[in-house]
Design a protein around this ligand. Structure first.
Ligand code: NAD
Ligand code: ZN
Ligand code: ZN
Length: 388
């Protein structure tokens, strides 16, 4: 089959690889009909999150069930499904506590055979490094989906692939920011980042009746896009203190009730050792998170959706303490909220496919990564067709 294979930072190509096979009783093999490139994939592409061996990329995908293991009770061949990005068993301690990204069974490197943490790392994700379980991803013609009784959700016939594809990740992730921010009707929400995740966060804020939604980005074309799609206020980031000052000005000088980081760490790219696929962890920047802590009001909440793989000196614990800020970070618990979010889509309360700017063949995956990474050609979200 054809698949997008990570070789080294900067090199992801469409290769011929072996078809995936059923390995466990509750696996299915999915014929992928649509898949997308995520901002998280860019962390592998840039070398910020290292991966030592080739692997099939992709954690945002959907498709039609091609083969079912004999323990699969909830799916049949021919079902069209959308798949949450965390690989999660559904039965361990963490899965039962609605924390699928900490699943004790999906990432045996990190937990003992009976559960119990062996390392500080958590569960597994599709197509996202050996650290996250080493599972091949769905930027491919076929993918093996483990724990198929837990993850995949059946899609009704009247919805197209593009209408539901982002239930895999970016819509639940954006909604997680609003959920963790405990956003109440009328409250002000400042969202750093007008990428796909930031846009979905703005849509989610509106669904939950936020009174004021402010989106901050460095790129004018992305600000224009999020404003056109959601009607939010926008702030162009020139530097941290200017962005924070503009947010304060828009929120009675107090700061926003909730400030969401939908950007994440920024590796200083010239410090990445591409050959070794590592970066100098001391030199990444957490300036967006620091801006969130400054722009949030006292007693406010800062949900962190953007990825931070490293630690930083000068962590502003004094400011967090003084302002009484609640900080909440991590991968989105997709399984916990996907059914509720699916209902929003089915009821026509939210539109997801309007973030797509580029539709490419899987064969052109290298180009897709390049324009999404460099933010060229008005790119916001790339969807790949494995069969085009
Ligand atoms: P993206 O790269 O398309 O978007 C990031 C946006 O941040 C860009 O528009 C960029 O211009 C903007 N930006 C850069 N510096 C900025 C600054 N100083 N101030 C304001 N904006 C700035 O990526 P995306 O797909 O939208 O993902 C965003 C982040 O969310 C990534 O870190 C990704 O890994 C993470 N993510 C997390 C989860 C999760 O479960 N927590 C899920 C998906 C993605
Ligand atoms: Zn993602
Ligand atoms: Zn589990």
């Amino acid at each position: 089959m054809k698949a997008a294979v990570f070789h080294k930072p900067g090199t992801i190509t469409c290769d011929n690889v072996d078809d995936p096979r059923l390995q466990k009783d509750d696996d299915v093999i999915l014929k992928v009909t649509a898949t997308a490139i995520c901002g998280s994939d860019l962390h592998m592409y840039s070398g910020g999150i290292p991966q030592p061996r080739p692997m099939v990329m992709g954690h945002e995908f959907m498709g039609v069930v091609e083969e079912v293991g004999k323990g699969v009770t909830r799916l049949q061949k021919g079902d069209r499904v959308v798949v949450p990005f965390p690989v999660a068993c559904g039965s361990c301690f963490f899965c039962r506590n609605e924390l699928p990204t900490a699943c004790e069974h999906s990432n045996p490197e990190n937990y003992g055979p009976e559960g119990g943490l062996l390392t500080e790392k958590g569960g597994a994700l599709f197509g996202y490094t050996d650290l996250y379980g080493g599972y091949d991803g769905g930027q491919a013609q076929y993918v093996r989906v483990p724990y198929a009784n837990n993850g995949p959700r059946i899609v009704p016939e009247n919805l197209t692939d593009e209408q539901v594809l982002f239930l895999t990740d970016i819509f639940p992730t954006g909604y997680t920011g609003i959920m963790w921010g405990e956003v109440k009707p009328g409250q002000s929400v400042a969202i750093f980042g007008a990428g796909p995740v930031g846009i979905m966060t703005a849509k989610s804020a509106i669904l939950e009746n936020a009174g004021q939604v402010i989106v901050i980005d460095t790129l004018q074309y992305r600000l224009d896009k999020v404003q056109q799609l959601t009607g939010c206020e926008i702030v162009k980031w020139e530097n941290a203190s200017q962005a924070v000052a503009e947010i304060r000005e828009k929120t009675f000088g107090r700061g926003a009730d909730v400030c969401i980081d939908a950007v994440g760490f920024e590796p200083e790219r010239n410090l990445i050792d591409r050959a070794k696929s590592v970066i100098n962890f001391e030199k990444g920047s957490s300036k967006v998170l620091e801006a969130c802590l400054s722009a949030v009001r006292r007693g406010g909440i800062v949900p962190v959706l953007g990825v931070y793989p490293m630690h930083y000196d000068n962590f502003p614990v004094g400011q967090i303490f003084d302002k009484g800020i609640i900080l909440k970070a991590g991968q989105a618990p997709v399984h916990k909220i996907i059914d509720k979010l699916f209902d929003f889509v089915k009821d026509g309360k939210v539109k997801l496919d309007d973030v797509i700017t580029h539709r490419l063949s899987l064969q052109d995956v290298a180009k897709g990564y390049e324009i999404f990474d460099k933010k060229e050609d008005g790119c916001v979200k790339v969807v790949l067709d494995p069969w085009m």
